[in-house]
Design a protein around this ligand. Sequence first.
Ligand SMILES: Cc1cc2nc3c(=O)[nH]c(=O)nc-3n(C[C@H](O)[C@H](O)[C@H](O)COP(=O)(O)OP(=O)(O)OC[C@H]3O[C@@H](n4cnc5c(N)ncnc54)[C@H](O)[C@@H]3O)c2cc1C
Length: 493
Amino acid sequence: MPKSIIIIGAGMGGMAAGIYGQMNGFETRIFEMHNRPGGQCASWQRKGYTFDACIHHLMGCSPEMRINQIWSELGVMPRELAYTKECVSVVSSDRKVFFDYYDTDRLAEHLQELAPQDKQVILDYIEGIKLFAKYDIMGELMVGGIPGILKQLPAIPKITKWFKPTMADFAKRFSDPFLQKAFPLLEYSMPFLPFAIHLSKHACGLKRDIAWPIGASSGFSDSMAKRYEDLGGEMHCRRKVSKIIVKDGKAIGVKFGDGSEEYADIVISNADGRNTLLDMLEGRYMNARLKEYCSEPEDESNWAVHVFLGVNHDLSQEPSSIIMLLDHPVTIAGHKTDSLDMQLYGFDKTMAPEGKGVIKVELVSKYSYWKELSTDRIAYEEEKQKVAEQVIELIEKYFHGIRSQIEAIDVPTILTWERFMGGTHGFCNGPNKKPDFIGNLIKNNDMIIPGLENFYFVGIWATSMGALFANALSGKKAIQRVCRKEGVKFTTI
Ligand SMILES: Cc1cc2nc3c(=O)[nH]c(=O)nc-3n(C[C@H](O)[C@H](O)[C@H](O)COP(=O)(O)OP(=O)(O)OC[C@H]3O[C@@H](n4cnc5c(N)ncnc54)[C@H](O)[C@@H]3O)c2cc1C
């Protein structure tokens, strides 16, 4: 009899675990609380516009690169893709624009025009991108196994110098005041990230490994769900798991809110780790490490609000993504900022009716801010409207007259995420711990719970990485682990 697996949640990790589980002869069932699969990888329709809450940069789009292997195994590649010219662009209040072009020749020329006096730092930037482009470090380390890791060894002495400076440190090397302000923000407005992350991503863009999937985030998730069901997997939506049933130290099934139960030999959770450990397992398996993981981060600021605008305005000639530097700091949703991050979907005609477009503005805020407001429904709705109003006023400075062209508005907050996907920490839904890339890579310790057998975590709780491919890969790693334990030869056929 094939062994059975219950998977809690149909995010990237859960669906990947289901797909690889089916490939390896297990009988799998996924129970998903939302009415559709995909988890954070989600988009939806409003008045003919598609609003996408997830993908900016999808890695693994080039068949030449390692990560693509995962996507093709999972049935999401090849697919129709759109490529953008730039990674991001930054615009100052006096309309100076820096396009962070993927093409390094074009980028060098553009930077020289903006800041001829910064020749050396520009050369270093371009050289850094080209250096990272020579290797497939992320792909080989994560997917290539021991041979892949060995292949990347010559890169190590050359790239290590790029891990020390942060985005902010590198920016300080420019004498041009505009580039000094622009560079810290290039990697999702996180100046504290190592500059190497930006170089590595830029290099992937240069090699056309980063693209946008036509059909948006839900189209991407739907392809994975289809692959799962084509392999015979059972997807059950609107089924929220409330407890994990344990017997003799082994996970043996799950219980739902209505009291019904389902049993299996193995349970895999793609749900939020805090919910899994504290609610579904009632805190019985906590140790010092897991207590620390479940604690609140010092600063719970997060991408907690999106403002989506469907506009009767052609965005096809606009950059794909703009960071607007503001004249004066503004406080939006309790968070003070002097820049505004927006994505413009003019590169994908399917996102809006002919000649129209979608603008998404992402804002940092706190879960606690919205949770407190939500105790008064009217106050919560009023704050969402106020946020939209502030955003519209600011982007009017870039798109004059945009206010009168708005046809659809949606303002999901982190509470929307909580309602549909359980987790309370949005993009940062992982454990509260210092990044430990190598530890995760080698030991995968976060995938298991000491003292509980036949249980595995997949997704962001297992990887601590807010990346689609990494969380999908965790599903593969979990099934490889199960196969080793059960003496089954792992296959991807
Ligand atoms: C705003 C934003 C932008 C992003 N941009 C990018 C990007 O450009 N590129 C990129 O690679 N990545 C991006 N990411 C990250 C990426 O979306 C996530 O890392 C990935 O989708 C997380 O996958 P996961 O496996 O952890 O599962 P999740 O997406 O967290 O899914 C978990 C699933 O479990 C379900 N669930 C939870 N509790 C229960 C329960 N009790 N019972 C049943 N089901 C349950 C949820 O409903 C959900 O479907 C972005 C994320 C966000 C939020």
